[in-house]
Design a protein around this ligand. Structure first.
Ligand code: ASP
Length: 323
């Protein structure tokens, strides 16, 4: 029998009504008790946090990665319950920190608390454990009828049960009446696994609007950020007449700040070489994020800045975060 562990962090799935509104009060063991009799595996339980995922930040990602690394020394796979709001960020950060881990790490949650009569929590939990038992290594979000690579996951719906989409890649797997079908697993690095839980939260995310002032980029430097992820227009363009963002980006790069450009279009890639307004960005210190999701790009930059040689990591796709 496979040995799995549930690590709970809070979120709607663990919420019960309190006098201040819904709050995560259920423990990991309470969640396991709701599904364990339906599953042919041994499940242990541990509380890591009990929080709304809006409060999950880079420090929590590192602590969670350490808890998963520890748990996997003694079991075949881990399911992490998590709030849906920032689950895609946590999944991306864990994908880098645990790259090459060799076992499944499956994040799930729900749109309705497990105590709600119409809850999606039970099905999501059962499916997450099914994915963990199936054994495909890597970090995934399992939600509704999909298994999504942790670096391709975006929360695209606030209320639908099908809250997450796999962006710019097929879902890693899907569920139907026959069970789980794995179609596109998260690529894993060949070299030996080592937990890399270092992270630097000094990364600023800027979504451009027509007319965004270059002063914002000066602020990024003055405020001590070490990295900038910029959501540029379309294929990667940004304005330089009247308000010269290209010059301001060069200044940032020259002062040692890493800049990663992604597109503010949800689908398909940035390609800085196509338009004149993008070519201004084709400098060594300005990195093309290609078809990365914003979540995967921000977490990659924070994680890379927490490693010894950030450029080495930024210039390679580690777990299929870009093509
Ligand atoms: N606010 C909750 C959270 O992200 C939402 C959810 O879990 O669906 O923790």
């Amino acid at each position: 029998m496979k040995k799995l562990m549930l690590l709970a962090t809070g979120g709607t799935i663990a919420c019960t009504p309190t006098e201040n509104g819904l709050a995560p009060t259920l423990h990991a063991q309470n969640l396991v008790d709701c599904v364990a009799d339906k599953l042919p595996c041994e499940i242990s339980a541990r509380d890591v946090f009990m929080m709304d995922s809006s409060n999950m930040q880079p420090e929590e990602w590192s602590a969670l990665a350490r808890a998963i690394d520890e748990a996997l020394k003694d079991c075949d796979g881990v399911v992490v319950t998590h709030g849906t709001d920032t689950m895609a960020y946590t999944a991306a950060a864990l994908s880098y920190m645990l790259a090459g881990v060799g076992k499944p790490v499956i994040l799930t949650g729900s749109q309705l608390p497990i105590s709600h009569p119409l809850t999606d929590a039970r099905l999501n939990l059962l499916r997450a454990f099914t994915a963990a038992m199936q054994g495909t290594p890597g970090v995934y979000v399992c939600f509704h009828d999909q298994l999504i690579s942790g670096v391709r996951c975006v929360k695209t719906h606030t209320s639908s049960m099908n809250a997450f989409s796999s962006v710019n890649a097929r879902a890693a797997g899907f569920f139907d009446v026959e069970g789980l079908h794995i179609v596109s697993p998260q690529p894993q690095p060949a070299n030996e696994y080592r937990l890399r839980d270092g992270i630097d939260p000094h990364v600023f995310l800027l979504k451009l609007a027509p007319g965004t002032s270059p002063d914002v980029l000066r602020f990024v430097r003055q405020a001590g950020y070490r990295g900038l992820v910029i959501e540029a227009f379309g294929l990667g363009g940004l304005h330089y007449i009247r308000r010269n963002l290209v010059r301001a980006m060069e200044e940032l790069g020259e002062s040692g700040i890493y800049v990663l450009v992604v597109s503010q279009c949800l689908y398909e890639k940035a390609d800085l070489s196509v338009y004149e307004v993008g070519r201004g960005l084709m400098k060594d210190y300005i990195l093309n994020g290609r078809d990365m999701t914003t979540e995967a790009a921000v977490c990659k930059m924070m994680w890379a800045l927490g490693q010894e040689d950030p450029v080495r990591w930024l210039k390679q796709s580690l777990v299929g975060e870009y093509r």
